[in-house]
Design a binder for this molecule. Sequence first.
Ligand code: FAD
Length: 414
Amino acid sequence: MNSPDLTVYGAHWCPDCRRSKRFLGEHQIPYAWVDIEQDPDAEQFVIEKNKGKRIIPTILFADGSVLVEPSNAELAAKLGLVTSAKRSFYPLIVIGGGPAGLTAALYAGREAIDTLVIERAAYGGQAAATEKLDNMPGFPDGVPGIEFANRLRAQAERFGVELLQAQDVVNVTSHGNYHVVHTASGDQYACCALLVASGSRYRRLGVTGEQDFIGAGVHFCATCDGPFYKGKHVAVVGGGNSEAEESLLLTKFADRVTVLVRGDAFKASPVIVENVLRDPKIDVRFHTEVIGFLGERGKLNRLHVRNNQTDMAEEMAMDGAFIFIGLDPNTAFLQDAGVRMNRWGFLVTGHDLVHDESQRPPGYADRQPMVMETSVPGIFAAGDVRSGSTKQVASAAGEGATAALLIREYLKQV
Ligand SMILES: Cc1cc2nc3c(=O)[nH]c(=O)nc-3n(C[C@H](O)[C@H](O)[C@H](O)COP(=O)(O)OP(=O)(O)OC[C@H]3O[C@@H](n4cnc5c(N)ncnc54)[C@H](O)[C@@H]3O)c2cc1C
């Protein structure tokens, strides 16, 4: 898809503006943002386009056409995203188009297994949001995450895989040997084998104001939203590898990056920590917790922080905050699927299901589960969503390939 040039006219307090911006961000579609309350000409433009009314978001496309307060489905249609499948049944359906899902799909496609991949956001998953993958085998100089994602997608398409985008899977049910995938738009697709490769998502702090300012000062992806902070002061919350990497990336845009670490040290690789501590644009505050996000007119402008050694609280003026405190699995849509999860919601597979014979799932009375099969025969899991996975691109791709080959064997039996 060629992304059109878009301009989103809106205001920081407007929830539909945030929804549209989030949709564009998730699909990695570049756009310009104009706050009509800061720009009288833009406000006039919106009023003219809406016959005297001040309706936002008003979205202007490169061809001069305009969408006013569009739903996500209208935006997807306008952007030419493929949102419904050609058939209602596939031998294999893959949920999630990250490294695990796309690798599984291209393996299956190459084996002539008709495969449908359903993805709610941009193809490439978390890998696409990574500025540069330095540890992907076969790329000695590293590879930008988005380029890697585009290559994977192209390879899956070359093998005839059908790809849906902007479709959120909301439920999975099983009927005998069939599994049915339900999407938010009300479509249902059935399959014999289902691969869950839905990865994980950024964890939130759960403090006051966080939800209100998401997309209006609170962010989870520096690659997506860092460019909005040219010349500004931003905070980064967290002390792990992702946080340290993203702080370094943010220095390309922001003038100043303040890193807030709850403990007394980073939990990141020593090389990255050294780079962070050496960077003149970055200052680090240990023992510091964010207890609230504050702002005016729907835009973040301050952080409420607390030193957990002295218990002293203070407000810090801040243009934006990026939160990197870990990942949660994307498994909420499996509530009716009957698949076993560990206590954090990651999917349990293979031998881990039958360690304890008293816990053996009923579907495996007469055979062992395959390595990546879940507690429901025919539903497989690969990549970050799987309990015990190593949360890396190369390993997610490897798990995707393994799952596809196991699924090939499974499909011979059903
Ligand atoms: C900032 C950052 C930097 C990283 N850097 C590196 C690195 O340098 N090297 C490295 O090896 N790894 C890195 N990783 C980790 C790596 O990106 C992940 O381990 C990898 O992407 C996992 O792949 P996956 O396919 O399992 O899941 P994901 O990449 O999470 O993909 C899952 C996909 O499923 C989709 N999905 C989820 N739920 C649904 C649903 N209900 N309906 C439809 N679709 C759904 C999601 O939108 C997503 O596209 C990084 C991660 C982050 C966040």
